[in-house]
Design a protein around this ligand. Structure first.
Ligand code: BT5
Length: 301
């Protein structure tokens, strides 16, 4: 019996010797069958237009957390671009070990990256992912999607997607980085735990119909790859400018809470590291590379 990994790790452009390998043909046939998420991985691979992301796609039924699996694989030297996908997560993770509600019908996946950047630049990866996700939601569904710093994608002020960025460092450099992305897709708001029901939404709620997870995943992988290449080629400004246009946070009165302190003030800008610049009432200016952001009021201009 082949493991999930073997079934779907098909070389994108097989060479002749691979084509005549009987195992490969078997894998190809099996992969043709819809994957465990109901997503046809073979179709995804055939239509992917990426350089790095999606070289391997691991498709699971039910897992604790795709980030946890991807992390373990990255420790084991699994290559950059590997995608770990699951139909549902039993212990989906948010930041600071918060719970991420991940029922069947959502799109839950993680990507292993090995970026050649310093630790201080890690926030840029979250920002570029937010841009890629937002762009996808706008292009595919014409939704009025916006970014709440640092890692939420909102539709009409409600969270439709969360991003969990985790990494391991080596000296001042990043050894590996796991981008965990959760999109509330094909389930209704009633299914959310009561505590988050008023703050969260799903694509199904916003569109009034179910959407194709295949099309969504394909588009997300293509966009993330595109922005990752832009970031890797040192063209951060392009990403930051797009981020600013998509931001729901800039110009708003916010309360930023970190593990050390909190500050209320006007969200002025993001710097070229992706840090949020906030000006408090007493005109103190502070930069935050991470933290929780609460939109206290609508635009202050
Ligand atoms: C996040 O954390 O928003 C990161 C979410 C990342 C989820 C993906 S799914 C694939 C991968 N594998 C994982 O295990 N995780 C990643 P944070 O900003 O800390 O937000 C967490 C908070 O959002 C929770 O405390 C709830 O209040 C709320 N929440 C939980 N589940 C939600 C959902 N499905 N939709 C909207 N809000 C939710």
């Amino acid at each position: 019996m082949f493991s999930d990994e073997e079934l779907i790790s098909i070389p994108k452009k097989p060479n002749v010797s691979v084509i005549f390998n009987i195992n490969y043909i078997y894998k190809l046939t099996m992969a043709n069958v819809s994957g465990k998420t109901g997503i046809d991985i073979k179709w995804i691979r055939e239509n992917l237009n990426t350089k790095i992301i999606g070289n391997t796609i691991l498709n699971y039924d039910s897992v604790d957390s795709t980030n946890a699996i991807a992390r373990k694989m990255a420790e084991g030297e699994k290559e950059e671009g590997t995608v770990v996908l699951a139909k549902m997560q039993k212990r989906g993770k948010g930041r600071l070990d918060r719970k991420w509600f991940s029922p069947k019908g959502g799109l839950w996946f993680s990507i292993i990256l090995r970026p050649n950047i310093d630790i201080q630049e890690a926030t840029k990866l979250t920002l570029m992912t937010s841009v890629a996700v937002t762009k996808t939601l706008i292009n595919l569904y014409n939704l009025d999607a916006k970014i709440k710093w640092p890692n939420d994608i909102l539709v009409k002020g409600k969270k439709v997607c969360g991003i969990l960025s985790e990494g391991k460092t080596q000296g001042n450099k990043i050894n590996f980085f796991i981008l965990g992305i959760g999109v509330n897709a094909n389930f209704t708001r009633e299914e959310f735990p009561v505590k988050i029901r008023d703050f969260a939404t799903t694509l199904k709620e916003e569109l009034g119909k179910t959407s194709s997870l295949e099309e969504l995943l394909l588009s997300l992988l293509n966009e993330i790859d595109k922005y990752y290449l832009i970031l890797s080629s040192d063209n951060t400004n392009k990403i930051l400018n797009t981020w600013k246009k998509m931001s729901d946070t800039l110009g708003k009165n916010v309360k930023i809470t970190t593990q050390k302190d909190s500050l209320e003030g006007l969200a002025l800008d993001v710097d070229d590291m992706g840090a949020l610049i906030v000006k408090s009432k007493d005109n103190t200016i502070k930069k935050f590379l991470a933290g929780d952001c609460l939109h206290v009021s609508e635009s202050l201009g």
